[in-house]
Design a protein around this ligand. Structure first.
Ligand SMILES: *Cc1c(COP(=O)(O)O)cnc(C)c1O
Length: 482
């Protein structure tokens, strides 16, 4: 597929400017005018439409097919959230308006929406307050661990260690070290955080432990069963608990992490609350805190005055400062609000129930095809499996692509051998799940019969197997347009 530049023909245009329209020269100061025309593609409207339509068809999306990419929650996002976020009152509002003299008079509706979304997330998670500034989950992690650092600093102490389980998403240790912490790895037992390992780490590092980052259900798709002991052990030494909320889709309306004792949580609204995920964003990673972290949140905060109107509060002397511009990904927050209001508390709980039911159905049906660690336990909204003896997870994934199905996440978490991690989400039907099972079964059976054939997949996609190292080392980012 060629780039749009390759379709360029000198002199061809998509629209004609009226001959009596004032030219750019009349509107701009002479010193700002460019001397050479910009090197833009010259195409007709139809060329442009065909080019981008073809590109979109080469892409893979939830709108076209099943997308069981574990840990990423690639569920179908109903289109009404797009409609709500695109209302003119929202998209025509410049973020600087609220900072002008009298600006909050004309932004009351937007501030009300931010305030309302915060209230709903607090209700759902049991946290005290949320900031919307972080732009994604990983950015929320960095914010959250920075809040933990600020908490200890305010108490006049420097704590160096962040405890992180070995099943954690790679962004956890990355965010902790970016915030200046030294990561201490906790080995899991039976697929869960081991309270004895926590006790040992606390003993070894004494009061140098700042906190623990946990994901629950964890990245193996298992609910952590030792939470109360772990929370108690950390709070006993005034260390804080971070909740990685990427798996929130399993627990909405079921577990309030604030009630479970967590001090700070990020949510990936682009996974759980109505924003499509993938393609590079935008997303949002709101961070919720318990009472003790409240003073350190980024500024400004939306507050409700006595008379019911809304204002921005910048007077937060202990704040960690700005994490992102303005109020975060405003449109994404609006989609989350629309999604939560449409589903209601019951609907959100039901979404989690179906997500968990679908995952357990898939797990059960794949038990005789794949090797399933922890198969005796119910999984949450996703589960891990190993490619059967003699087959590779990569080959199964590539063969699924050939059949028009997106592959599950593979080789994550790192602690599972030849790992495949399907996450069906609540929005998929039984027919879709059955078709996936049939495809995996067929691939495994034919792979057993002729393993070398599996190495050849995919055969009919625009790209087959890439040399990923070479692709990263010798990137070709431009096209020869001579
Ligand atoms: C997706 C994910 C993250 C990172 O979130 P982004 O929004 O992609 O930055 C962190 N932890 C877990 C468990 C995840 O699945």
């Amino acid at each position: 597929m060629k780039t749009i530049f390759a379709a360029s023909v000198p002199g061809r245009t998509a629209c004609r400017v009226a001959s009596d329209a004032p030219g750019a020269a009349a509107m701009l100061p002479a010193g700002l005018l460019r001397r050479t025309p910009p090197r833009l593609p010259e195409c007709s409207e139809l060329d442009v439409v065909r080019h981008f339509t073809r590109l979109s068809q080469m892409n893979y999306s939830v709108d076209a097919n099943f997308y069981p990419l574990g840990s990423c929650t690639m569920k179908y996002n109903p289109k009404f959230t797009e409609y709500v976020a695109a209302l003119p009152g929202f998209i025509r509002l410049h973020p600087l308006v609220a900072q002008l003299e009298g600006g909050t008079d004309v932004t009351q509706g937007a501030l009300h929406c931010l305030y309302e979304t915060e209230q709903l997330l607090c209700e759902l998670t049991g946290m005290r307050a949320f900031t919307f500034q972080p732009m994604a989950g990983a950015n929320g992690e960095f914010t959250g661990v920075s809040l933990i650092a600020a908490y200890h600093r305010a108490k006049g102490r420097q704590r160096q260690i962040m405890l992180i389980p070995d099943a954690a998403h790679g962004t956890n240790p990355a965010s902790a070290s970016l915030a200046g912490f030294t990561v201490c790895n906790l080995e899991s037992r039976d697929g869960m955080v081991d309270p004895d390992a926590v006790a040992n780490a606390l003993q070894q590092h004494g009061d140098n432990v700042a906190g623990l980052m946990m994901t629950c259900p964890n990245t193996l798709g298992l609910m952590e069963t030792h939470l109360p002991r772990i929370v108690e052990a950390l709070h006993a030494v005034d260390a804080l608990l971070y909740y990685d909320g990427a798996n929130m889709n399993a627990i909405m309306g079921k577990l309030r992490v604030g009630d479970a004792g967590f001090d700070v949580v990020h949510l990936n609204v682009h996974k759980t609350f109505g924003t499509p995920h993938g393609g590079g964003g935008p997303g949002a990673g709101p961070v919720g805190v318990s009472e003790r972290l409240l003073p350190f949140l980024p500024a400004p905060r939306v507050v409700r005055r006595q008379d019911g109107s809304f204002a921005l509060n910048y007077d937060l002397p202990q704040s960690v400062g700005h994490i992102g511009p303005f109020y975060g990904s405003f449109g994404v927050v609006i989609k989350a609000l629309a999604y939560m209001l449409r589903l209601g508390g019951d609907g959100l709980a039901r979404a989690s129930e179906y997500a968990v039911l679908n995952a357990n159905y898939l797990k059960k049906r794949l038990e005789d095809v794949l090797e399933i660690p922890f198969r005796q336990r119910h999984c949450a909204h996703e589960f891990v499996a190993s490619a059967p003896e003699g087959l590779r997870a990569l080959d199964i994934a590539k063969a699924l692509l050939e059949r028009g199905i997106h592959a599950p996440t593979i080789y994550f978490p790192l602690i599972v051998h030849e790992c495949l991690m399907p996450e069906p989400t609540e929005t998929e039907s039984k027919e879709t799940l059955d078709a996936f099972v049939d495809a995996v079964r067929d691939i495994v059976l034919s792979g057993r019969a002729e393993p070398e054939k599996l190495h050849e997949e995919p055969r009919h996609l625009p790209v087959r197997r890439l040399d990923e190292t070479a692709a990263a080392r010798h990137m070709v980012l431009t096209e020869d347009m001579a």
